[in-house]
Design a protein. Structure first.
Length: 680
């Protein structure tokens, strides 16, 4: 039987009797953020008494790992490293969601291969049409409060909407987890985003994240773990939290975590009632959350503190073609921007409440004849609920065009893509140039209600009856002292074969946002027969044609911030390694690049202070400079020591290098490490 949609369910009287906190005194709680506490729970191989903190490299054994259409490439990696058995079939989840409209023989065969692999190994499998993987992970209880679930997809941040630490991994990580149950993670700096006030009528969670992406658009939270806190959180429904957490990916973060509160627990009790046979959603499991909640110490360390007063927010729209550009809807509507396509699809905003919001706008009316309005539910269960409520039918009667439950046009696949010169407005998460079709098209992002209203009007518009001023949202940001306080002072264990010190001459490339094409030119990416010698010669040639002449074996490469941004090509890491670079140091890294480096036994380290010192001393020194400075990393003590040309010495504390990352280095990378594990 179809019951009411999952959102807030009023069970206050019953809940008041159940909601309680365990008798844990704050004094007994380690000074860890919620992110650190969850990582502590899923870290393996820690020294006794060790509490993890931002900057530490740890070995993790996540609760689940999801892969989608990329499951077959992951399976091929799994097979190629010699694995024949899944370490824990309960841990893996396979979903088919990206190219579900593609009925070619090649794609159908790939889908059959994935299903057969899942059946052979006893892995939970969800076929094409069942829904988008991230939605399935949430509604089937794989993502659960105070747990850690990863996925080989960038929008695994979404799990944070239900208090689950979700973060992306690359395909090699997924294969390693299948084979060994674990991989590695470096705990990122944690940014606290405090929400105050309450949203006005007609303002949604989508407006919150669109405004945040636009107001803080200078990489303030790049590669951070975000924790949403404050009284404003209690005014957000779970669907809104999922939308916000989902788009922390576009904001540049590695995770977006909401607290576990009464609203979330009530949502889970309702979900449990609808899934009586699902042990992941049992009442007993939910009651345990109430009995033993995670306590956060008031002295927990955060790198940044951002605030947003929700009461000052009006509907916002991203674009065109950039999530970093957001405009208040009242200002944008003055421009009379005509549209040709509108979209209510994706894992971001196609849940029950989203479909209901769009249906309330179009009910009894007709979509503009100049607009094609495409709709797809986040999952088949969502569509059944929307059909039962009449909302799905209202959208169809208005002229919306249904698509299968899946990713589709959000990632430029299937029906309804944008053509040259067209403008679209979408309730999805990305409006990058060319992502949803032609690179000569324009894409805006907005809430479901604004998308629906725009489809009716034939131009970007808000729902009738809503009137807003264009006030600037009230925000603030504070950079905090992110030094590791209350961290363990014990020395790091060094495994056999790993050096206690890494030392070398500093080679300085003074540039921010150095992308992977600059490191390894795209024209070589798909030439599979390139030798290591050739890779070494072309390494960094798009950045500096003289790099190969200046760089020497054993150098430590130091660059600016966001090093390795752009394409996920693995060769950017292997090319640097082929040059016999010992270590890459920067102010911050593109996370996928860093994962590719460490998975290929090339270590990375963030030392922002060093970048500032080098920039002071080597202004206008050219793209690549031999500094004469020496960098020394004391692994056991988690400290770096810099010797400048004047013999001036200074040091800096860094995160601890866990045993698994050391093992990766010794074994020649993640694939080598995985082979060694499965051969034991």
């Amino acid at each position: 039987m179809i019951t009411r949609p999952l959102n807030r369910v009023p069970r206050q009287n019953q809940f008041a009797l159940r909601w309680r906190f365990a008798s844990i005194t704050i004094a007994s709680v380690p000074a860890q953020s919620l992110t650190e506490k969850i990582v502590q729970k899923y870290a393996v191989g820690l020294q006794p008494g060790k509490f993890v903190h931002s900057g530490d490299y740890v070995s993790i054994k996540p609760e689940h790992v999801m892969s989608h259409d990329n499951s077959w490439p992951v399976a091929q990696k799994f097979i190629n490293i010699g694995a024949s058995k899944i370490y824990d079939s309960r841990q893996a989840v396979l979903t088919l969601d990206h190219d579900v409209q593609n009925k070619s023989l090649e794609n159908l065969q790939k889908y059959r291969n994935i299903e057969q692999f899942a059946r052979k190994h006893g892995i939970d499998f969800y076929p094409a049409g069942r829904g988008i993987g991230h939605q399935i992970i949430v509604e089937e209880g794989y993502a659960f409060p105070y747990t850690m679930t990863v996925a080989s997809d960038s929008h695994s941040n979404m799990y944070g909407g239900v208090g689950c630490l979700g973060t992306p991994v690359v395909r090699t990580d997924a294969a390693a987890i299948w084979a060994t149950g674990r991989t590695w993670w470096q705990i990122p700096p944690v940014a606290k985003v405090e929400l105050t006030g309450s949203l006005r009528h007609g303002v949604t969670g989508k407006d919150v994240i669109v405004a945040l992406c636009g107001m803080f658009n200078k990489d303030e939270v790049l590669n951070h773990a975000i924790e949403f806190v404050g009284p404003g959180v209690g005014a957000l429904e779970i669907d809104e939290r999922l939308t916000i957490a989902n788009m922390t990916t576009e904001w540049g973060a590695l995770s977006g975590l909401f607290p576990v509160d009464k609203i979330l627990l009530e949502w889970y009790y309702a979900l449990s009632e609808r899934n009586p046979g699902n042990s992941r959603l049992s009442n007993q499991r939910i009651e345990q959350l109430e009995a033993v909640p995670f306590k956060i110490h008031p002295d927990s360390i955060y790198a940044k503190h951002l605030t947003l007063d929700l009461s000052t927010l009006v509907p916002h729209v991203s674009g065109p073609n950039s999530v970093k550009l957001s405009t208040a809807l009242p200002d944008l509507t003055k421009r009379d921007i005509p549209i040709q396509k509108a979209y209510l699809v994706s894992c971001t905003n196609s849940r029950v409440s989203d479909i209901s919001a769009a249906a309330s706008v179009v009910r009894g009316r007709k979509i503009s004849p100049a607009v094609n309005f495409y709709i797809a539910a986040a999952s088949s269960k969502v569509q059944l609920d929307a059909e039962h409520s009449g909302d799905w039918g209202a959208l169809l009667e208005a002229g919306a065009k249904p698509l299968p439950s899946g990713c589709g046009p959000c990632i430029g696949l299937g029906t309804g893509l944008l053509e040259d010169g067209e403008t679209g407005i979408s309730a999805t998460n990305r409006n990058f140039k060319g992502r949803m079709g032609s690179p000569k098209a324009l894409v805006y992002l907005a809430s479901p209600a604004v998308v629906a209203a725009s489809a009716l009007a034939g131009k970007i518009a808000g729902p009738e009856g809503f009137h807003y001023d264009s006030a600037i949202p009230k925000t603030s940001i504070q950079v905090l002292n992110s030094a590791k306080k209350n961290a363990s002072t014990m020395n790091v264990d060094i495994i056999p074969g790993f050096p206690e010190f890494i030392e070398g001459a500093i080679l300085f490339c003074d540039v921010n946002n150095l992308n992977t094409d600059a490191i390894y030119p795209g024209k070589y990416t798909y030439q599979d027969n390139i030798s290591k010698e050739k890779m070494s010669q072309v390494c960094m040639e798009n950045y500096d044609s003289q790099f190969s002449r200046i760089c020497k074996p054993g150098d430590i490469l130091v660059s600016g911030f966001n090093f390795g941004t752009g394409s996920s090509r693995e060769q950017a890491a292997t090319a640097l390694r082929s040059r016999q670079i010992t270590l890459v140091v920067s102010g911050s890294f593109g996370d996928i690049f860093k994962r590719n480096c460490i998975n290929n036994a090339l270590l990375c380290l963030e030392v922002p202070r060093l970048i500032s010192r080098l920039r002071e001393k080597f202004k206008n020194g050219g793209p690549t400079v031999r500094t004469g400075w020496i960098f020394r990393w004391d692994i056991r003590r988690s400290q770096v020591f810099i010797t400048e040309d004047s013999e001036e010495h200074w040091s800096e504390s860094v995160g601890e290098l866990g045993g698994m990352v050391q093992e990766l280095f010794v074994k020649g990378g993640l694939e080598g490490w995985t082979k060694s594990q499965i051969s034991n």
